[in-house]
Design a protein around this ligand. Structure first.
Ligand code: NAD
Length: 368
């Protein structure tokens, strides 16, 4: 068997339930190291509130450089009520923003998959949601969240004006569209691009640049354009019409939350943030569950580790070129759900409730 040398994975557990769910991921990586002759070097570091408590900063330079050197970062969650009163620059979330910005993670991938075993957890009818498998690609470093000018300024009559600016360039649009087209090639060859070209010039540009890239380089992809408000409705009406959706930062923020929630459980939703390829073909990346630090259940060993475990599976697939191992891990998660094992958040009648660590152990059992 081939040894995969010097592959560094950085685990940043963070706050709240972060350490509990990342512990299960570490067990799985160790299993792969022991049983599949892979050779991941696991590094760990503090991030978020826990880093602030020890070092007075949400992420130290040392941890940041470890992130730069690793092939993929897997993050648990950061934040919690005890850090809410900290000044903005010391807040746990600043660590995430710094990592996203400095690693230039411009594409956020959020799958919305409905596990057949959990169809009843969705608020939609089973026939609408069962078998759902879509991927939302959100542009993450541009658009209205970053555009200048921005701010709040006084105007006449004692009133104030709030300003944010929505800008996109050809390069920003095409590099995220390229991620979407490449993903679609491995799926059902269909991309839906969403904007508001009926009322925004930046939306017109978005539509034209996505179309032009498709016509030049991705002729086999079936590309459809849809207004973002219509997409929000279609996600509820007939979500299975979609394969890959690509959209900007603002609309992606909203549509990816909506799509993710179609499936019912926060504890099952992974995500990936990808940057550009460097000249060696390496993509910078960070993988994390969609959920937060869940302070209400932290320390009780009841959190669902599946979202973080599926984030590892995305890392195996998108950063480490280990599709076989990713499929194996996805299958192990399916098998455990088939067996009726459930953490508290997804528990239902006639199923067996298990703890965070028991869920991790059961998944490893299936891997074995
Ligand atoms: P949350 O996702 O932490 O929790 C929402 C609800 O879902 C809670 O009832 C929680 O118990 C439950 N839940 C979440 N993950 C779960 C899991 N794996 N298993 C079982 N139940 C789970 O969102 P929140 O309560 O709005 O935020 C809590 C803290 O997390 C805040 O400080 C927030 O800023 C932070 N946060 C961090 C991230 C991140 O690190 N990326 C994302 C969102 C929120």
């Amino acid at each position: 068997m081939i040894k995969v040398k010097d592959r560094k994975l950085l685990l940043l557990a963070g706050d709240g339930i972060g350490p509990e769910v990342v512990r299960e991921v570490k067990k799985i990586i160790e299993w792969f190291n022991k049983n599949k002759s892979l050779d991941f070097k696991i590094e760990e570091g503090l991030v978020g509130g826990i880093s602030y408590e020890k070092h007075k900063t949400p992420i130290t330079d040392e941890v940041f450089y470890k992130a730069l050197e690793s092939e993929a970062v897997i993050l648990g969650a950061v934040g919690g009520p005890k850090y809410d009163s900290l000044e903005f620059s010391k807040r746990p979330e600043r660590a995430l923003l710094k990592l996203r910005k400095e690693l230039k993670l411009f594409a956020n991938l959020r799958p919305a998959i409905c596990f057949k075993q959990l169809v009843e957890a969705s608020s939609l009818k089973p026939e609408i949601i069962s078998g759902l498998d879509i991927m939302i690609v959100r542009e993450l470093t541009g658009g209205i969240y970053f555009g200048e000018p921005r701010g709040i300024e006084p105007i006449e009559n004692n009133e104030r004006k709030g300003v944010n600016t929505h800008t996109y360039t050809t390069n920003e649009i095409q590099r995220v569209a390229r991620v979407a087209f490449d993903l679609a090639k491995k799926r059902k060859n269909k991309v839906t691009s969403c904007e508001k070209s009926n009322v925004m010039e930046a939306g017109v540009l978005w539509r034209e640049e996505v179309q032009s890239l498709r016509d030049k380089e991705y002729k086999k992809i079936d590309l459809e354009h849809m207004l973002a408000d219509n997409c929000a409705m279609q996600l509820l009406r007939n979500p299975k019409q979609f394969d890959v959706i690509v959209t900007d930062n603002l609309f992606g923020d909203i549509l990816s939350d909506e799509a993710a929630m179609l499936t019912g459980s926060l504890g099952l939703l992974p995500s990936a943030s990808l940057g550009a390829r460097d000249k060696n073909g390496k993509i910078r990346s960070m993988y994390e569950p969609v959920h937060g630090s869940a302070p209400d259940i932290a320390g009780k060993n009841i959190a669902n580790p599946i979202a973080t475990i599926l984030s590892l599976s995305m890392a195996l697939r998108y950063s480490l070129d280990l599709d076989k191992e990713a499929n194996q891990l996805d299958k192990a998660v399916q098998s455990v759900l088939d067996d009726g094992l459930r953490t508290k958040d997804i528990m239902s009648k006639n199923k067996k409730e298990v703890s965070t660590s028991q869920m991790g152990d059961a998944i490893i059992n299936y891997l074995s």
